[in-house]
Design a binder for this molecule. Structure first.
Ligand SMILES: Cc1cc2nc3c(=O)[nH]c(=O)nc-3n(C[C@H](O)[C@H](O)[C@H](O)COP(=O)(O)OP(=O)(O)OC[C@H]3O[C@@H](n4cnc5c(N)ncnc54)[C@H](O)[C@@H]3O)c2cc1C
Length: 299
């Protein structure tokens, strides 16, 4: 982390809550399920699919995880009731991964069972590197029982090529992202160019193996590379989807749609927006820089 990033990160708690709220508002649907429904309906109206999640992670009490499962069941019901084109994604630490891996798996099983009844799909987000092995273990375990589940691979991690090769063998449904958590150089690329190269390599590997891939990026260079790979492999637009975060580069997502590809927008919501925003900003100074830029330009 350079001096500027350290300065930005350490000054985050000093950013007044109303400013964090203003910034969070562009990335987060709001605090309630009604907020989510409103935003998802608008996005669907614009031809975009949605992936929603309830803000929450690293719970300390099992009851919080059990409540999270119930809350997600309500979200599934609302998605079906309002005929929204949305699936959901969860964090295993929200479901208790750090308390007891099997407990988090069992919570996920309950949710997958509910999702299957609609039917809907659940993706397991990938969290920091302390969670990677356990997250993939849980994914493989629930996959034996459920088809409506996917996982995430982070291009920055050195282990990801091996992970992708294993996932390709089972034709897993994988979201590919750069990885939001800054990890030490012995386990992860730290150079932006290397992360891009890794992303392209992994994308080729998975699409080539017939995996359904959620191509999650706002990086125009990667989007163009993805177009090239898709074209070269002659893939139908149903074989993959682009994924972007709510409030980030809407012009780029429109351009992707206009090229005839499908785009899913990740829309988190929930009351824990403040803790979530500050944690995210701390984890990755690049995002903190976007925020500072937005503040300075009055955005
Ligand atoms: C749908 C989706 C799901 C994700 N799930 C995970 C996950 O499970 N685990 C994980 O570790 N990471 C996840 N990520 C985050 C991802 O790993 C990257 O940290 C993030 O997408 C930034 O990388 P980028 O590919 O967009 O490229 P970058 O080079 O970082 O960004 C390209 C441009 O996009 C804009 N931009 C990017 N991010 C933001 C932002 N947050 N706010 C404002 N502008 C921004 C900037 O203009 C930037 O110049 C997800 C990302 C997306 C889109």
């Amino acid at each position: 982390m350079n001096v500027f990033d350290r300065l930005v990160t350490s000054s985050l708690p000093l950013v007044p809550k109303p400013i964090v709220r203003r910034i969070a508002r562009s990335y987060i649907a709001g605090e309630t399920l009604d907020d989510l429904i409103r935003v998802a309906r608008d996005l669907n109206g614009d031809g975009l699919m949605v992936a929603t999640s309830i803000l929450g992670e690293f719970v300390k009490e099992k009851e919080e995880s059990e409540q999270a499962v119930r809350d997600y069941q309500e979200v599934l019901e609302a998605i079906a009731g309002h005929r929204l084109d949305s699936n959901i994604h969860i964090k295993l630490t929200h479901f208790g991964l750090k308390l007891d891996k099997n407990f988090s798996r069992d919570n996920l099983r309950v949710l997958l069972q509910s999702a299957a009844s609609y039917p809907n799909f659940v993706r397991i987000d990938m969290e920091d590197a302390s969670c990677t092995t356990d997250t993939l273990d849980v994914y493989y375990q629930v996959r034996e029982e459920f088809e409506n589940v996917g996982v995430v691979i982070q291009a920055r991690l050195h282990r990801s090529l091996d992970d992708v090769r294993a996932l390709a063998k089972v034709r897993a449904n994988v979201r590919l992202c750069k990885g939001i958590y800054i990890e030490p150089p012995d386990i992860a690329c730290t150079d932006a160019g290397e992360i891009r190269e890794s992303y392209i390599r992994l994308l080729e590997e998975m699409l080539g193996a017939g995996c359904y891939v959620g191509i999650a990026t706002h990086d125009e260079i990667l989007v163009r590379e993805a177009f090239r790979i898709i074209d070269r492999l002659g893939l139908e637009s149903s074989a993959y989807e682009f994924q972007m975060l709510h409030g980030v580069l809407p012009d780029l997502r429109r351009a992707i749609l206009d090229e005839g590809h499908r785009v899913r927008v990740g829309v988190p919501f929930g009351p824990s927006w403040y803790a979530y925003s500050i944690r995210r900003l701390r984890k990755n100074p690049t995002i903190a820089r976007y925020v500072m830029k937005a503040m300075l330009s009055g955005g």
